[in-house]
Design a protein around this ligand. Structure first.
Ligand code: ZN
Ligand code: ZN
Length: 190
């Protein structure tokens, strides 16, 4: 099976077994971890990144909220900057093993299309906030709010409507005007 790396664009032959720990599968050229849909296991067009360490989770959501206003002024500024930083990091990277996620500033985050940015809230205290950018907006992606796993939007929606829970963690999920929310902290017994 050939898979494209959405960070460096190289094509990869993957033999690794699917695993809940996503870090097991990496691009053989640049070391970026592959992110799969947890229903059909397709590789999703996501690239991981960090933001300036001084930003809290609230700061990050605030910046993304502001971005919808900023975008009207200049549609592609944030995207261009993001791609430039990725290209710079690819040029200075010596080998796949030295891969590190890029870090962007609050200004760049604010100028990105917030619809294509996913924020993984730390599941354990002290963990850094990891973000992902969808590099192919035509492919609709959902981040499950309970487990930090990604899904093709239509697969996730179908599973949520059918089972009323996250297909991975079985936590109750509520769909509300375009966004999915975890309903209290209880599990559905199936
Ligand atoms: Zn790569
Ligand atoms: Zn989940």
């Amino acid at each position: 099976m050939n898979n494209i790396c959405y960070r460096c664009g190289s094509s990869n032959v993957l033999f690794t077994l699917f695993h809940a720990n996503r870090s097991h599968e990496r691009c053989t050229n640049c070391g970026h971890p592959f992110v799969r849909c947890f229903i059909n296991f397709d590789v999703l067009p996501l690239v991981e990144f960090f933001v300036d360490k001084s930003l809290s989770l609230d700061n990050i959501f605030q910046l993304l909220h502001e971005s919808s206003y900023e975008r009207k002024k200049d549609d592609s500024l944030g995207e261009d900057e993001f791609n430039r930083i990725i290209n710079d990091s690819l040029q200075t990277q010596v080998k796949p093993g030295s891969y590190k996620p890029i870090t962007i500033t609050s200004e760049i985050l604010r100028s990105m299309n917030s619809q294509q940015v996913f924020v993984c809230k730390p599941l354990l205290p002290g963990e850094p906030v990891k973000l992902y950018k969808n590099m192919i907006p035509e492919i609709a992606i959902v981040l499950s709010p309970c487990c930090n796993l990604f899904f093709h939007a239509e697969d996730f929606e179908f599973a949520c409507l059918r089972d009323k829970c996250c297909p991975f963690s079985r936590k109750k999920i509520k769909y509300n005007s375009g966004s999915y929310n975890v309903e209290a902290e209880q599990y559905l017994v199936s």
